[in-house]
Each structure stands twice: as structure tokens, then as C-alpha cells.
Unconditional design. Structure first.
Length: 185
């Protein structure tokens, strides 16, 4: 019973531990963000590990609710892969979003601008961007909305319930993020 609860809500035991760790780091105040002024941001860039699940969906949801330019990328992928089949199906069912045309973009193939806002799924993603020398503003997608999440775990190898939960979380938080910019709902 506990095992199923963990799989349905965090994806795995490892996902639960990472979620708790990111929550602790945030609670201790090591992660704080201030969203830059609307005028300073010309493009919102969603970041995850493979750009086949989380960032792909977040980009599509944000684009639906904001006229601001958007993109997505993966920190550990190669350019040109399609979105995950399970994510394509869940996004279509849950939000009528079609991810069939999505193709991955690797960080190293991405042409970033100083006016980009990086929206990450995990604190680790922000750490990687900083380590690589990116000075752009970076925020967590889960920080937007009335219900905050310190992390949006990767649903790639998780069960279908967790995939659906992740889709719901991304839709919720990406919609709230879009509300922070002109052109949002």
C-alpha cells in the first residue's frame, strides 16, 4: 500500500527522496526567486532532463495561455527525438494538447539569449545551468500557483497514475506562470 502511494505520487522511492530534499532546500531558504519584470523577458524556456515529457508539455501549455515566445530543451538528450508516447497520450486526454510534432532540443544546440527566462522542473536543473555559466534568471515551474511544488519529478519510467498526476501538475503551474506575463489568461 505504501509502495503504491509512493509510485502514484512521486514516481519512485528515489523520486520521493529527491522531492523531500528539494523541499528542504527550499524551506531552508537556499532557493529563492524573484520573477524579472515582464519587459526584461522576451522568451520563456522550459528545461528538464530529456525534453520528451515535462518541458515539452510545459511549453505547449504556456504557449496556449501566453503570447510570449517560448521554447523547451533537455539537459541530457540529443536534438530531434519525439515526445514520449505516454506523455503524448496523457496530454491529449487531459488537456487536448497534441505533442506529436514536438522534437527535442539539446542544451548544446539551443541558442539562448540574455532575455530568456529558464523555467526548470528541479533545483538540480538550475544548478547545472549555473555550473555551465548561464546567468539568466532561473525559476522552478512548481513555484507558481496557490499550491507550490519544490520539484516536478520525471514521469518517464513511472506508472500511468504518476504520469497523469505530472500532466495535471504541469498544466496547473504552467497556466499560473502564463498569468504572470502580459498576454496570459
Amino acid at each position: 500500500m505504501l509502495k503504491n502511494f509512493i509510485k502514484d505520487n512521486y514516481g519512485s522511492r528515489k523520486g520521493l527522496l529527491y522531492y523531500q530534499w528539494d523541499g528542504l532546500i527550499s524551506w531552508l531558504g537556499f532557493y529563492q526567486y524573484k520573477l524579472p519584470d515582464d519587459e526584461a523577458i522576451e522568451r520563456v524556456v522550459f528545461v528538464c532532463q530529456g525534453n520528451i515529457c515535462r518541458s515539452a508539455l510545459a511549453e505547449a501549455v504556456f504557449r496556449r495561455y501566453s503570447s510570449l515566445e517560448t521554447a523547451s530543451l533537455g539537459l541530457n538528450t540529443s536534438t530531434g527525438k519525439p515526445a514520449n508516447e505516454r506523455m503524448i497520450k496523457a496530454a491529449k486526454i487531459k488537456a487536448n494538447i497534441d505533442l506529436k510534432r514536438h522534437r527535442t532540443t539539446c542544451l548544446h544546440d539551443f541558442h539562448h539569449r540574455g532575455s530568456d527566462l529558464f523555467v526548470c522542473m528541479e533545483l538540480h536543473h538550475i544548478k547545472i545551468l549555473r555550473k555551465l555559466g548561464y546567468e539568466n534568471p532561473c525559476v522552478l515551474l512548481g513555484a507558481f500557483g496557490d499550491t507550490k511544488l519544490p520539484r516536478i519529478n520525471d514521469p518517464y519510467s513511472a506508472n500511468d497514475r504518476f504520469m497523469e498526476k505530472t500532466v495535471d501538475d504541469i498544466i496547473y503551474h504552467a497556466t499560473y506562470l502564463a498569468k504572470n506575463f502580459s498576454g496570459g489568461p
